[in-house]
Design a protein around this ligand. Structure first.
Ligand SMILES: Nc1ncnc2c1ncn2[C@@H]1O[C@H](COP(=O)(O)OP(=O)(O)OP(=O)(O)O)[C@@H](O)[C@H]1O
Ligand SMILES: [Mg+2]
Length: 460
């Protein structure tokens, strides 16, 4: 098409010009008054030009603008609007077009919002998520997945899963989910930096509305804490069994010896009965400690806080402790500031003092000293138990609050210890919203610090 016809205004103008020239030539045949003829032609040209401009402005220009707007909408720009003032059908068309553009842009906003919401949910789920299409290409990986496997989304998205994921268990999960068209579950370990994580993977096939397989979604759960709990539980059962076995073996052994005739010898009878008695006592202590721990850990555990006077409480436990200190040749001093009171479970606080003081006495040699001080420190009551005994090495200090942990098993067993005392203390301190710490050095004694809130934190 000639370039002239692409510009309608110019084309009309050219048409108009030709029309005027043709009329001029035709009229020139009829008259020789060129001045009159010229004037008539000029007026005719002018009138036709005005009519043409009017027609152009009224119809052609709005149609051009409308067509431009439609082009923009087709390109996906839904914010475009027609502002041209028009009337009649053109105005109606413009209004409808503007309404359509508004609807489309509303729709786009809604869609964007939904997409944002979905990606927020996907990115913030606590499980890794991978979306794979039916050809094996990865379409989506979420943030958690990246934190588990490293790299960034671009290292995975758009690639075949077996090209970018080296893990055999993941391959098997995808393949079986595709093959059997049902959920597949496996678990594996994954080393992230230096941490080993236990991961459970579930592969679920995705079907379209006609039931045709369209891909698979993989969900990866970090089950490290569950595995650790399971390990702890196994360890705990093994430890309990081991601790129970020793006294029970001893009781059975000595009872058997007595039954086999030793009971007739008075001296053996006394000695063996004493051993049986001591071992049963030990067994009883162990079972009581285990019960205390399990009560403290129970979900429904409730503290019964009351007004506790630390002076009075210390007086109540001192007779037993003093006797133990005397037996061990240890000087025991106490310094409880007057009027130190707190809202706490008295019996449990007593247990803290007994356990810490018994330890201090047990792990301090002859002529040693053990000191108990109790005083306010801000909003807390500070209980300090210091000794100048054998002390604890740096690496053992971090473990002494674990159940059954004993630095020197033989020595602790001699003192009747099972390694549960400090675990109980720690639990009691924690249920009171307090904290416990220890300073110690081998051969230089140990100082245990317990801080308990003066008031019940729940009531303030
Ligand atoms: N004051 C202390 N000085 C040196 N070592 C200590 C002291 N208190 C605790 N320990 C170490 O911490 C370990 C754990 O203490 P914990 O009170 O839990 O167990 P235990 O005293 O062995 O047994 P029990 O269950 O009878 O208290 C002890 O075996 C001991 O090795
Ligand atoms: Mg102890």
């Amino acid at each position: 098409m000639l370039p002239l016809f692409k510009k309608p205004l110019l084309a009309y103008h050219a048409g108009l010009f030709i029309l005027v020239v043709v009329t001029g030539i035709a009229a020139a045949q009829l008259t020789s008054e060129y001045i009159i003829l010229g004037s008539i032609l000029f007026v005719e040209y002018f009138i036709l030009l005005v009519i043409m401009l009017h027609v152009y402005d009224k119809f052609m220009k709005p149609i051009k603008k409308t067509s431009h707007t439609v082009d923009e909408l087709l390109k996906g720009n839904y914010r475009v609007r027609i502002h041209h003032s028009a009337s009649g059908r053109i105005a109606e068309l413009n209004n409808k077009l503007n309404a359509l553009a508004r609807n489309l842009s509303e729709f786009e906003i809604q869609e964007q919002m939904q997409e944002d919401r979905l990606s927020t949910v996907i990115d913030n789920t606590q499980s890794g998520l991978v979306l794979i299409d039916e050809k094996g290409y990865i379409h989506l990986v979420n943030r958690k997945f990246i934190s588990m496997f490293g790299g960034n989304a671009h290292d995975y998205q758009g690639y075949l899963y077996y090209d970018v994921l080296a893990n055999e268990t993941i391959h098997a999960t995808v393949q079986e989910a595709f093959l059997y068209e049902k959920n597949i579950k496996y678990s594996f370990t994954q080393t992230i930096d230096i941490d080993t994580k236990y991961i459970e993977i579930v592969g679920a096939p995705i079907f379209n509305e006609r039931g045709i397989l369209k891909g698979a979604v993989l969900l990866l759960y970090d089950i490290t804490h569950l595995k650790k709990l399971e390990l702890m539980r196994k360890d705990f059962v093994a430890n309990v069994s081991h601790e129970l076995k020793t006294p029970i073996t001893s009781i059975t052994g000595f009872a058997e010896t007595l039954l086999n005739g030793a009971k007739d010898d008075d001296e053996s009878l006394d000695r063996f009965l004493k051993i049986i008695y001591d071992e049963s006592f030990r067994l009883q202590g162990l079972i009581e400690d285990l019960l205390t721990l399990s009560r403290l850990e129970a979900d429904e555990f409730q503290l019964t806080r009351s007004h506790v006077d630390m002076n009075q409480l210390t007086e109540e436990i001192l007779p037993v402790i003093e006797q133990r200190a005397k037996q061990g040749g240890i000087t025991l001093t106490t310094n409880v500031k007057n009027d130190t009171t707190l809202k706490a479970d008295g019996e449990r606080v007593k247990q803290i003092l007994i356990n810490l003081l018994t330890n201090a006495i047990s792990y301090t040699g002859q002529n040693g000293t053990v000191n108990l001080t109790v005083a306010y420190e801000g909003e807390m009551v500070h209980i300090q138990v210091a000794d100048d005994g054998i002390g604890i090495s740096q690496q053992a200090v971090t473990r002494i609050f674990e159940r059954f942990y004993r630095v020197d098993k033989a020595r602790s067993r001699n003192t009747g210890g099972t390694g549960l005392g400090l675990a109980i203390v720690k639990h009691i301190v924690e249920v009171h919203d307090g904290n416990i710490s220890v300073e110690s050095e081998p051969d230089n004694g140990s100082t245990f610090h317990v801080y308990l809130p003066k008031n019940d934190p729940a009531s303030s």
